[in-house]
Design a protein around this ligand. Structure first.
Ligand code: NAI
Length: 330
């Protein structure tokens, strides 16, 4: 049995994580979930957003599945997600995006995996005042650039991907983005089987909305990665369909990209697909590739058939009903 830390989260989190547990039972996957509250409910119960036991469980299990959590607003709290990335040095934000049958999208053939650097860039939050406004500092280091770029090349190689594109603005930010691009160009020759190229961020955005099928794996510093991953999610059906992983040296936390959707919490109508797909990434990560594939195929069949779709995909199935349909095809 592999122990996985499960954060059932807030809002729609408990609903979609309960459904995922039913899927794991139906798959008979050798997994035991160790459940811990983090986020708003943890704060209400324990007075902290991330209790120590939750941190220790991730340290011990090395793999966690996290449903969305609510970070209380206006009380000076640092985002739970940012805290987790910092505590465990989860430097890779991995965002696969693929057109799924039956899901309305602009293109039929998008299949892009983005590696977003997760620890530096403008997200260090180093802003200071000047006479007429503020300045924000952007941090790009050789070490952080090298490890995300290597991870992207290794992924491309392991998954038989053909092209890796580096996204940057090195024509303007000659030192910071210049270093990121220079690091990419230095590492690329070590992977002759992968075609390495680069795009300036503005051109990248235009190309992604006009000819996304030309792109395969992307690697980007934090801010550009943040923006293009949502743009790409929009091409394949929106955030309700977007899984993600935050990966560090030996710890990985899997999560859906969307938030806790408090407006529909408790109504039983949340679309659990993104969370299920994040679960599939988690299964793959711990070596249960067959189970991951079974789950993905079952989801694709249900979507393609189009009879049992959640509300946000134009259907009228509740979260449980949709999960039943997925389970019936496992
Ligand atoms: P949100 O993603 O929770 O909701 C935006 C809209 O999308 C809402 O109308 C919601 O009903 C809908 N939606 C989201 N997920 C859905 C799903 N699975 N099925 C059907 N509809 C869905 O973003 P919002 O409203 O900006 O944030 C709400 C809370 O979530 C905030 O407290 C925020 O801090 C938190 N959040 C947490 C994240 C995480 O834990 N990974 C990520 C983003 C936001």
């Amino acid at each position: 049995m592999t122990h996985i830390t499960l954060f059932p989260g807030d809002g729609i989190g408990p609903e979609i994580s309960a459904e995922f547990k039913r899927i794991i039972s139906a798959l008979a996957a050798p997994i035991t979930f160790d459940e811990y509250l983090i986020g708003e409910r943890a704060f209400e119960k324990y007075g902290v957003l991330i209790p120590e036991e939750a941190i220790n469980s991730v340290k011990q299990n090395k793999t966690a599945l996290k449903a969305p959590v609510t970070t209380p607003v206006g009380k000076g709290f640092k985002s739970v997600n940012v805290q987790l990335r910092t505590i465990f040095d989860l430097y890779i934000n991995l965002r696969p995006a693929k057109t799924l049958p039956g899901v309305p999208g602009r293109y039929a053939d998008v299949d892009i995996v983005t590696f977003r650097e997760n620890t530096e860039d403008l997200y260090i939050g180093d802003e200071y005042e000047i006479e007429d406004g503020f300045i924000a500092r952007k941090k790009i280091t050789k070490t952080a650039s090298e490890r995300i770029i290597r991870a992207a090349f290794e992924y491309a190689k392991a998954h038989n991907r053909h092209t890796l594109t580096c996204v940057h603005k090195a024509n303007i930010l000659k030192k910071t983005d210049g270093l990121f691009l220079e690091t990419f160009n230095r590492i690329a020759p070590e992977y002759p089987e992968i075609e390495a190229n680069n795009r300036i961020i503005d051109n990248m955005c235009m190309q992604l909305v006009t000819c996304p099928s030309l792109y395969d794996v992307l690697v980007a510093p934090n801010l550009y990665g943040d923006i293009i991953t949502d743009l790409i999610a929009g091409l394949v059906g929106g955030l309700g369909m977007a899984p993600a992983a935050n990966i560090g040296h030996d710890i990985a936390i899997f999560e859906a990209v969307h938030g806790s959707a408090p407006d529909i919490a408790g109504l039983g109508i949340a679309n659990p697909t993104a969370f299920f797909l994040s679960g599939a990434l988690m299964l793959e990560h711990i070596g249960l590739e067959k189970e991951a594939e079974k789950l993905r195929s079952a989801i694709e069949e249900v979507l393609k058939e189009g009879k049992t779709l959640p509300k946000d995909l134009g259907g009228n199935a509740g979260t449980k009903e949709y999960t039943d349909a997925v389970i019936s095809r496992l």
